[in-house]
Design a protein. Structure first.
Length: 355
């Protein structure tokens, strides 16, 4: 830290992204990326002219992409907001809608408390039930910005739409953010409710089901008022927040929606097999509706499993939070990657005398 940093940030504990190692080729099951490349149409969309046009700023309104997303989700372009990854939208939401504080589950996306600390937001958390479901009653009538990842991370557990709607309905005077980063893998989206509730902000990303984490493209769906608020923050920070290439590739991806839905279905199929096989090996695996599973095995320390797999060239995600020290989050990769993962887990269990 330099002597120049504003004292407001001296104790800020920044978010820790998952490892992106360069030392060797790993089977990478640690950051919930897709094992599949974007659709061939996304690659084909890029021309030499696009590179030449990089001399020009991108369209700050992202009009063409917004129109396509609006059509796909059955709303108007005035209901769509584009951003540089969905983290950007979450950042804006915590900045814009937290005057009365914020509330979210205690076990969820670990960036939420960081955004709160960054913006000096008073926040409280609500413990999940023992089965990792969200205690819906405790998120009703909160009197604060209410944030819900659905499906949740790192558990993968999803809340039925009816219950999400009950949370939105009970908080008419505050924004309810539904972070749907993983919704395409079996969750129920709240996107259809944006016309019914002016306090609903649905946040989505191209990073998971659309295989474009590196393009950094996120979008939000909401009533016109909330979108205008987000635009105000955007135009006060970085008007050209989505670059030209990403806008263009994002349009091609919307045109290939069927391709991405097919990939998501394959990931769901692989997830079912992995869940069954892990349970057969004695793991506890909550039912996941995301592109990852959250796993624990009695007798096996979570950190040990992470390290042993890393030594064998397989990266999974272990969190420093002591409450989940026994657990690991494992991204669902390609079928052959998961076969290799399961084989190594089997070997480790045998070496530890647990099989
Ligand atoms: N929400 C959740 C729940 C996530 O797990 C992630 C990925 N780390 C994000 C949002 C942000 O994703 P991105 O910025 O890549 O869109």
């Amino acid at each position: 830290m330099s002597a120049f940093l504003h004292s407001r940030f001296s104790d800020l504990e920044a978010y820790t992204p998952g490892e992106q190692p360069r030392d060797k080729q790993y089977i990478k099951l640690n950051t919930n990326e897709s094992p599949y490349p974007p659709s061939p149409a996304v690659l084909a969309a890029l021309t030499e002219q696009d590179v030449a046009d990089l001399r020009l700023y991108s369209d700050p309104e992202g009009a063409a992409l917004r129109a396509k997303l609006a059509k796909l989700y059955g709303c108007g372009p005035e209901n769509v907001f584009l951003s540089n990854g969905s983290d950007d939208i979450l950042n804006f939401a915590f900045m814009a809608f937290s005057e009365d504080g914020a509330v979210f589950p205690s076990l969820t996306y670990s960036f939420y408390p960081v955004f709160c600390d960054l913006h000096g937001v008073d926040y409280r958390t609500v413990d999940l039930n023992d089965d990792f479901t969200v205690p819906v009653e405790r998120l009703k009538d909160t009197g604060r910005l209410t944030v819900l990842a659905n499906p949740n991370a790192p558990t993968g557990v999803a809340l039925p739409l009816k219950e999400v709607e009950a949370i939105i309905e009970s908080n008419p005077d505050h924004v309810v953010v539904v972070d749907e980063a993983y919704v395409d893998f079996g969750g129920q989206s709240a996107a259809g409710l944006i016309h019914k509730y002016d306090n609903l902000l649905v946040v989505m990303t191209y990073s998971k089901s659309r295989s474009m984490a590196g393009a950094r493209l996120g979008f939000a769906l909401a009533g016109r008022g909330i979108i205008q608020d987000l635009e105000k923050i955007k135009y006060s920070t970085n008007p050209y927040n989505v670059n030209r290439l990403t806008l263009k590739l994002g349009e091609a991806a919307v045109d290939s929606d069927d391709y991405f839905r097919k990939n998501a279905a394959e990931i769901v199929e692989t997830r079912t097999r992995v869940t069954e096989e892990l349970r057969a090996l004695g793991f506890t695996v909550p039912e996941s509706k995301a592109n990852f599973v959250f796993i624990k095995r009695d007798g096996l320390d979570g950190g040990d499993l992470y390290r042993k797999l890393k030594d064998r060239g397989i990266l999974i995600r272990h969190f420093s939070d002591p409450r989940i020290a026994d657990w690991n989050r494992v991204t669902i990769g390609a079928p052959e990657e998961m076969t290799a993962f399961l084989a190594q887990v089997n070997t480790i269990l045998k070496e530890e005398g647990l099989l």
